[in-house]
Every structure is written in structure tokens, then in C-alpha cells.
Ligand binder design. Structure first.
Ligand code: SAM
Ligand code: SF4
Length: 323
């Protein structure tokens, strides 16, 4: 459906939990509080919202979190969303720790693609960024091989941080070894990301030109999002940049978000939401649910205010929102 600025909104990011098995510094460091189990939407509730979304013309769904794979029954939810008439694409964003053991079930459920978050290939740096001491590069490579062998479209996402800035070429080289895209995400000033140092994506791109001098921008559409992509003859996949702060792409934004507590969130930057959980739990009709969604999507703000921190009203942390 179209929002008030004529943008076509066809993509819903669905956070199914605010819990996670990592503690990324910029997202959910140690000590962050969790929602109660009752506050989190049940799968039937999530599915009802997704069905209403398809009836409004949304066709693409991203299952996210927190870490979606820490919630039991995640692949059954993927299958159920995928089975909705009108749901063309169901994808997932995960930190990958539990992916290998869930891969068969997710592929059987019809998952169309996976994004794996990976900020570093170095065990000690991984611990510094995420709190997890057990990262092994070989395990990650085996996971990528397993995804590619199954024909699952796979992308890697690295948030640009001072800690991994020098490692950018090594991370990007994964797109040489595997047919996967590596996207660098600019740190957004949401939650804990607001108090950390940001790395300029264009400075990183400069460094990549030195490794792959034939790197050139490509207009190919490689996913649901606003990443700008670059190709080199030496790479199987592309290198992408998702730089919402330095290259604002709000004019082509196609998404809204559903938090794990059932709040429809039209824009990352602002705290205004539509409380779909309250509606559902008050026994709303399908038409009332559709109307609330329609209204929330229509009123999606024109643009974020990441350039003006005092105008960012969102106080939730990223693990509560879903990224
Ligand atoms: N746990 C899963 C994962 O890490 O992929 C899914 C949820 S996570 C919140 C989704 C994405 O948001 C991850 O790629 C993560 O790196 C990104 N993210 C979290 N906080 C961010 C921030 N402040 N700025 C930019 N990206 C952020
Ligand atoms: Fe967990 Fe993903 Fe947030 Fe890291 S970015 S703490 S893996 S939800």
C-alpha cells in the first residue's frame, strides 16, 4: 500500500523476541532489561498481523529479534508466514550462532534468504564486540558453505565500528570466497548505538578500492533494502553499504516494523507506534486490525532525524525493535 508520501510499503520486519544469546555493544550490552513473556506476542498473534499485512499488499517479511533462533518454533513460524496467501518472501536476520542446527528446518519451511550478522572474523574482537568468547572462523566458514550448498541466498552484515574498520577488506573478501554479499552497516544512533563512535562508510569504501581497483557501483537490486552495491570481477558476491546516516534513503523506504511486543513502528527514528497487541487482546475484528495497520503505515514519517539527535524520540534499544 502507499503511505501519505506515495511510497510503496511492501515490507514488514517482524521481531519475534527481544532476547538474544549475544550482547553486542551497540545493540544490547549486558544488563539490558527484557520484556516479560506475557508482553511478547504469541505466534498466533504475529501470524494474524502478518495475514492482515498481506491483505494490505505487503508481500515481504523479515523474521528478526533479538535473536530469532533463540525462540522455539521459529521455523514453524517461517512456514506459517510463508503459507499466507500473498506472502512472497520470508527471510531472516540472525547472528548465526544457532543457524547450522536449524538450517534444514528453515529450508524445509521455505525460508527465502538469510542475513548473518558478522562484525569480525577474529575471536578476541568478536568477544569484545559481542561478549561471546567462542567464535571460530572455521565454524563460520562451514556455516557459509552449508548455506550456499543448500542454495539459500545468504548475505553477511557487518556494523562498521572502530574495532573492525581495519578488518573491512578481510570481511569483504568473504564475497570472493563465497557467492554471498557482504554489507557494511553504518552505526545508527538508536539505543546504545547513539553513544558509540561512528565510522564513515565512504572512508571504508576508499580502502576497498585499493584492494579491488575495478570496484564499481552496480544498480542491481539485491534485496529488499536500500543498500548501494559494488562489484569487482574478483568477487563472486557484491559489497554493499547500508548507510542510513550519511546517505539518507528515506525517500525510497519501503518498510515498517513490528516489535516483539506488538507495536507497529513506522520509522526507526521516532517512538510513535500503533499498539496492535492491545487491539488483538481486546478482541478486535480482522477489519479493525487491518484499519489500524493501514492508518499506521499511511502516517509513516517522511524521514528520520539521525542528523539531529535531539529530535530522535525513539528510546527503545535495537534488540527490542529488530534492526
Ligand atoms: N540478532 C539478529 C542479528 O544480529 O542479526 C537480528 C536482530 S539485530 C537487532 C538486526 C541487525 O541490526 C543486526 O545486523 C545488527 O548488527 C543491527 N544493529 C543493531 N544495532 C544497530 C545500530 N545501532 N546501528 C546499526 N545496526 C544495528
Ligand atoms: Fe543480539 Fe543481534 Fe543485537 Fe547482537 S545485534 S545483541 S546478535 S539482537
Amino acid at each position: 500500500m502507499l503511505d501519505q508520501y506515495g511510497r510503496s510499503i511492501d515490507y514488514l520486519r517482524v521481531s519475534i523476541t527481544d532476547r538474544c544469546n549475544l550482547r553486542c555493544r551497540y545493540c544490547m550490552p549486558d544488563g539490558a532489561a527484557f520484556e516479560s513473556h506475557e508482553a511478547i506476542l504469541r505466534y498466533e498473534e504475529i501470524l494474524r498481523i502478518c495475514r492482515a499485512a498481506t491483505e494490505l499488499g505487503l508481500t515481504k517479511f523479515k523474521i528478526t529479534g533479538g535473536e530469532p533462533l533463540v525462540r522455539r518454533g521459529c521455523s514453524e513460524l517461517v512456514a506459517a508466514v510463508k503459507a499466507l496467501p500473498g506472502a512472497e518472501q520470508v527471510t531472516m536476520t540472525t547472528n548465526g550462532l544457532l543457524l547450522e542446527q536449524n538450517l534444514d528446518a528453515l529450508c524445509a519451511a521455505g525460508l527465502d534468504a538469510v542475513n548473518i550478522s558478522l562484525d569480525t572474523l577474529e575471536t578476541e574482537k568478536f568477544r569484545q564486540i559481542t561478549g561471546f568468547p567462542g567464535f571460530r572462523r572455521e565454524k563460520l566458514l562451514a556455516l557459509l558453505r552449508a548455506c550456499c550448498d543448500r542454495g539459500l541466498r545468504t548475505k553477511l552484515n557487518a556494523v562498521l565500528l572502530p574495532e573492525n574498520r581495519e578488518e573491512a577488506p578481510a570481511l569483504a573478501a568473504l564475497a570472493a570466497d563465497f557467492p554471498v554479499d557482504l554489507r557494511f552497516i553504518e552505526l545508527m544512533p538508536i539505543g546504545f548505538g547513539g553513544s558509540l563512535a561512528r565510522v564513515e562508510p565512504d572512508a571504508v569504501l576508499e580502502g576497498l578500492y585499493r584492494v579491488w581497483p575495478d570496484l564499481h557501483a552496480t544498480e542491481e537490486k539485491r534485496g529488499n533494502g536500500p543498500a548501494r552495491y559494488y562489484r569487482s570481477a574478483a568477487l563472486q558476491g557484491c559489497i554493499g553499504f547500508i548507510d542510513a546516516v550519511s546517505h539518507r534513503f528515506c525517500a525510497s523506504c519501503n518498510r515498517v516494523r513490528l516489535t516483539s511486543t506488538g507495536q507497529l513502528k513506522p520509522c526507526l527514528s521516532f517512538d510513535s507506534t500503533v499498539d496492535l497487541r492491545a487491539l488483538l487482546r481486546a478482541g478486535c475484528s480482522d477489519e479493525e486490525l487491518r484499519e489500524a495497520l493501514r492508518e499506521g503505515i499511511f502516517r509513516k514519517p517522511r524521514a528520520h532525524r539521525f542528523d539531529l539527535p535531539r529530535e530522535i524520540t525513539e528510546k527503545r534499544i535495537m534488540s527490542q525493535i529488530g534492526g
